[in-house]
Design a protein around this ligand. Structure first.
Ligand code: BEZ
Ligand code: FE2
Length: 407
């Protein structure tokens, strides 16, 4: 048994002082150091240091590692110019992205305290790097393909990738999962099959949804920036589905919808009524000219959300604290203290619930995944710790996964 104590411990009951955690692979107990030391007299005791805060390991629910080679290549500013640049540079970027590069990006996440991430994979090429990574990985096998003529072949390829991710060893800490690329890029027939697979095997399911205004225009009217895009690259000028048809395909299975910046109030209410959640990627949304997710509407609906980096195809870092700071700045009318607490929940307990993992909370029975962060000075009140953590953290001081000290 091990005991870890810090100046503050973030628990479902708030930030506790003068407390400690007894843990092995899983958390045994949270109590005062005195009580735990008496209960476990042979335990090793570790104090995380002055101004330390012990958090559950952070969770980045949505990242595309295969685009890790992008830094200055892709075009930012508007969604369509970005998508054009992705199509144009995709092969070169993917070729440049080897296992060593992807692994180094998982380490960047680890240094920011991320002990679990959701990797969206379109080819399965990330699987090896994800198996080697220290973290738990929800491996989202992505289904893509709007052309009915190729749909069966693409679906079979997707099933093969699914199998590979289902055959990982327990020590690889891989949870197989399914990602639907988007309404504009997935044919409804294969979409429905994939949702059935997720449901049958209780797999985490996610989908990009209403990321850009252009997506909305295309799905509603078959017009806008997607029209020349589909004419040029896919020799078609009609969308394969509608917003309603796509959204209703998920009615019977809770799904993690990424972005939803352009979902209207009615659509958000529908998503909420079906138990869905949102992955919020503020820096990606800003860089691709997509705008701001109306987080106040999500809050009104009590809809769970996570905060995620998306890939380096639409970001400059995979540091979860860079993302939280962006969220804090983007939603500038939100009360600071409330938003800060909500953002911390979005990368801990809420993200864990969304992904269906037994992590994200410091309480007995959870996996012992921890991130220690060290504030630069003593916080003037306990209420400020969430905000001060977001403002001041570049790197975690210590990271533990399944009770093992990784950093
Ligand atoms: C498609 O397969 O239709 C597609 C793929 C990527 C982007 C857009 C569309
Ligand atoms: Fe994404």
């Amino acid at each position: 048994m091990n005991l870890i104590t810090a100046d503050y411990i973030y628990t479902p009951k708030g930030f506790l002082e003068n407390c400690a955690v007894a843990y092995s692979k899983k958390i045994e107990a949270v109590d005062t150091l005195k009580n735990l030391a008496e209960k476990y007299p042979d335990a090793d005791i570790h104090y995380a240091g002055k101004n330390s805060v012990l958090y559950p390991g952070f969770i980045n629910t949505h990242v595309h590692l295969e685009f890790s080679a992008n830094s200055t290549t892709l075009k930012y500013g508007t969604f369509m110019s970005w998508l054009d640049s992705v199509v144009e540079n995709r092969n070169e970027l993917i070729q440049k992205c080897d296992n060593a590069l992807m692994l180094s990006k998982t380490e960047e996440m680890l240094h920011s305290g991320v002990t679990t991430f959701g990797a969206v994979s379109s080819f399965g090429a990330e699987l090896e790097a994800c198996m080697k990574a220290s973290q738990r990985v929800v491996f989202f096998n992505e289904l893509i393909g709007s052309n009915a003529a190729y749909a069966d072949a693409l679906y079979n390829d997707f099933l093969e990738r699914m199998k590979a991710s289902q055959h990982c060893a327990p020590e690889d800490r891989i949870t197989p999962a399914i990602a639907i690329h988007s309404p504009y890029s997935v044919h409804p027939v294969i979409l429905q099959r994939a949702v059935q697979v997720a449901k049958q095997h209780s797999l985490p399911l996610s989908a990009h949804f209403l990321e850009s205004q252009a997506e909305r225009e295309w799905l509603e009217e078959g017009e806008g920036g997607f029209k020349p895009f589909f004419e040029k690259f896919f020799n078609t000028s009609t969308p394969v589905t509608s917003i309603m048809e796509f959204m209703h395909a998920f009615d019977s299975y809770p799904t993690h919808f990424t972005h939803c910046v352009h979902a209207n109030e009615e659509e958000l209410a529908h998503l909420s009524s079906k138990g869905h959640s949102i992955a919020h990627c503020p820096r990606s949304n800003r860089l691709l000219g997509c705008g701001r997710l109306a987080i106040e509407k999500i809050q009104e609906l009590h809809m769970p959300f996570s905060v995620a980096t998306d890939g380096l195809s639409s970001n400059w870092s995979l540091n979860i604290f860079d993302e939280l700071r962006a969220a804090l700045m983007m939603h500038y009318t939100e009360p600071m203290e409330v938003l800060s607490h909500q953002l911390i929940r979005a990368v801990t307990s809420d993200a864990a619930t969304i992904l269906g993992l037994n992590v994200g909370s410091i309480e007995a029975g959870r996996e012992s995944d921890f991130a220690v962060i060290t504030l630069p000075d003593t916080p003037s009140s306990v209420e400020d710790i969430a905000l001060q953590t977001i403002l001041h953290t570049q790197k975690a001081s210590e990271v533990y996964i399944s009770g093992e000290k990784i950093l």
